[in-house]
Write a protein that binds this ligand. Structure first.
Ligand code: LLP
Length: 404
């Protein structure tokens, strides 16, 4: 049975904890994780939760309890992962463009490291040589993903070492006797077409023979989740079947079995998340009927930043007649959440829920306009509990030094 929270539950939670509010449903996270594990159950596969999507420590602990490993994109995410109880061998740090000091720190902490530039690979070689295994993030030169801003594997992207520079990688490997344990790619976010992953595998399989100590192939994250009615998610059964075919063929021809890694973020936490807002003002104009909620792109930036679509529902008037509205925020520049969106009739004080808000929602929020960041609530075993307090006025001043 798909796990979701009912509008009635969400209304009760909003009444108890106030708005704007992020609500996460633990059992939905479990359902998504199990979909992955089940699809790949007869394969040598490990899933690292890309925690950049949502780092509340309760979510990290919960994901850990499900058996997932964790993928981090900064040294602070690595430290949060330790805080949540992940052991070093279950923590992957996929760095990009960072100062070498951070890589050295990650090495000292004993976590798995992927390096994404020749420059840092060389520094790593000079400092650690063969003594510490390392992975390489490659840029496969494949265009994929829902939007150019979230496409990372194409031939103009900053991410990874371009696969056409493999000779340079090999000469560093030789010079410093590097112990290359995994090859990594991440082509983008919201990839529905499973062939994109197969293309990535093809690119990697062309070069794996150069890396005799290789144990893992890391295919990154980027599985699609359904944001709109009628959307579908990446077909995991199909993906698993095709990936298995490729890896079996490879193992047969090369006589070597490689473990497969994935780094899903959205797939694990997007649908568990609900962002609840309250309607402040309704403004009827010739251009549109604006519904202004007690939030803005300071709390959910995806619509303005990526033209992302989030399904919105008026949970205070589920049966009302439908009308078209522009749903906007309350900050001092254009912050439209939805244009010409059909909603059941909206009145001031109603609760509007944004669905699929678990991934990159709270995580990308800010204090712009000196507004407070929202509170977060986790619903687990039917019980709603606060997992992050709403900011208070002192939070706005906390790190400021008043010198005048
Ligand atoms: N691995 C690496 C190296 C990544 O850079 C990312 C995402 C992931 C895994 C997880 O990708 P996912 O499964 O979540 O698609 N803020 C954007 C998404 C940016 C993704 C950045 N990297 C959004 O809200 O759509």
């Amino acid at each position: 049975m798909p796990q979701s929270l009912s509008p009635q539950q969400l209304k009760t939670i909003a009444g108890e904890f106030g708005t704007p509010l992020y609500v996460y449903h633990a059992e939905k996270i479990k359902e998504q994780y199990e979909k992955l594990v089940t699809a790949f159950d007869n394969m040598n596969t490990v899933f690292f939760y890309a925690c950049k999507a949502l780092t509340n420590v309760n979510i990290l602990k919960y994901v850990k309890s499900l058996g997932a490993n964790i993928d981090c994109s900064s040294i602070n995410e690595v430290k949060l992962a330790f805080h949540a109880g992940f052991p070093a061998e279950r923590i992957l740090y996929t760095s990009n463009g960072i100062a070498f000091d951070e890589i050295a720190e990650a090495k000292a902490l004993g976590v798995i490291i992927n390096i994404d530039s020749l420059s840092n690979l060389e520094k790593f070689g000079k400092r650690f040589g063969h003594s510490y295994p390392v992975g390489i993030r490659l840029r496969p030169n494949i265009l994929a993903g829902g939007n150019l801003k979230i496409s990372t594997g194409h031939d103009k992207s900053k991410f990874g070492i371009p696969v056409d520079q493999v000779e340079k990688i090999l000469s560093l490997v030789k010079q410093y006797d590097l112990h290359i344990k995994d090859l990594h790619i991440h082509t983008g976010s919201e990839i529905k077409d499973v062939d994109v992953f197969l293309k990535g595998i093809e690119v990697l399989f062309e070069i794996v023979a150069h890396f005799p100590e290789l144990e893992f192939i890391d295919l990154g994250g980027g599985f699609k989740v359904p944001y709109q009615d009628g959307d579908s998610e990446t077909d995991m059964q199909l993906l698993a079947k095709k990936v298995k075919e490729e890896f079996t063929r490879h193992a047969e021809t090369r006589g070597k079995d490689l473990q497969i890694w994935f780094e899903p973020g959205k797939f694990i936490v997007s649908e568990c998340g609900y962002f609840i807002t309250k309607v402040n003002v309704i403004k009827e104009t010739h251009a549109a009927d604006f519904v202004s909620v007690d939030s803005g792109f300071n709390h959910l930036i995806r619509p303005m930043f990526y033209d992302a679509y989030h399904r919105i529902e008026n949970i205070s008037n589920l049966q009302g007649p439908e009308k078209k509205y522009s749903v906007v925020g309350n900050i001092c520049e254009t912050d439209t959440f939805a244009w010409d969106r059909k909603l059941t009739e909206v009145n001031e004080g109603d609760y509007l829920v944004f669905y699929n808000a678990g991934a990159y929602g709270f995580e990308m929020s800010s204090n712009f306009n000196s507004r407070y960041k929202p509170a977060e609530v986790l619903v687990k075993d039917g019980k709603a509990q606060l997992i992050r307090k709403r900011d208070v006025f002192d939070d706005l001043l906390r790190n400021q030094l008043e010198i005048l």
